[in-house]
Design a protein around this ligand. Sequence first.
Ligand code: MG
Length: 382
Amino acid sequence: MQKLAPYSAHSEHGRGRQYTEDSPSYRSEYQRDRDRIVHSVAFRRLEYKTQVFVNHEGDLFRTRLTHSIEVAQIARSIARELDLNEDLTEAISLAHDLGHTPFGHSGQDTLNVCMKDYGGFEHNLQSLRVVDVLEQRYAEFQGINLTFETREGILKHCSKKNAAELGDVGERFLQGRQPGLEAQLANLADSIAYNNHDVDDGLRGGLITVEQLREIRLFAIQCETVSKIYPQLDTRRMINETVRRMINYLVVDLIETSRARLLDSGVSSIDEVRNYPEPILMHSDAVAKESLELKRFLQRNLYEHYRVLRMSKKAGRVISKMFHAFMEDYRILPTQYHEFSALLSDHSESGLARVVADYIAGMTDRFAINEYRRLFEPGELT
Ligand code: MG
């Protein structure tokens, strides 16, 4: 059994599930959450959803699945070191991207524009919707009925308007409270994972260069150390060695800064963590600044690289055209979605829009491309 700090989440004192169930035998409540997430359809789809590169661009790039596993790996190491609940941390990390659309952020932005008269679209909220409603696995309830603490961690951000409709998990956004430490940790591990793997993928894809990155402090320091110790190393291994040291540097800083802040804060329960005026887990100021510099670099040079932008724009058009085609005549949706739309919405326009958004958001990159062909290319089979 893991030793847990008093301020961590203790599964026996959790706020429970929406539908009451018997406690699991031989597993904790959070292990059960993790297992339900791993067995969900949405989790399997992450394998074929883009992080930055579209799924068919290459076999070595991160997908949302490998990203989520990397987030869980980083977050669990830190959780164990800080005596936080490792099972809960893992469950939140593996579930945090379940609501992502195909084609990364451009997919979500386009769907949000399409949905602007129907309540909008937000991937965080969609992740919660996946586990609360859309997964259909159990006889007794819709969704996978996760614990409050896992759901609290999945809902990273939320507008006040949406929060007001969400009940218990929405409350903290209205009251300006913090989530538990495991949720704070999964969020920070998410940034550590994507900043570093996007450097690796960006270099591998030839969109950014080592020379450019030498201008960025976080990369430069580690890269210089590696070059000093191993002057003969080939470029690929030099990059790997540098990236692994960057991750370690960020993880160590997060552990040490957070440990000191936990002590200073004097919190001794998860409720005190929730009521604390700001998040307790964080990087030191100096490292937070270095991370931000890297994040801005990636924004300018990778996410806004013309080749990434071209793909994003293309993806946006695919999603927007599909959305409008389904809205124009819902009968071209697969039959099971007709039943859904009748069930959820009485065919009101916004109810239908939500069904269409759920359908599109659930698509993998390649399914979306094929569905687009089936809808718009006369020579394709339907
Ligand atoms: Mg993520």
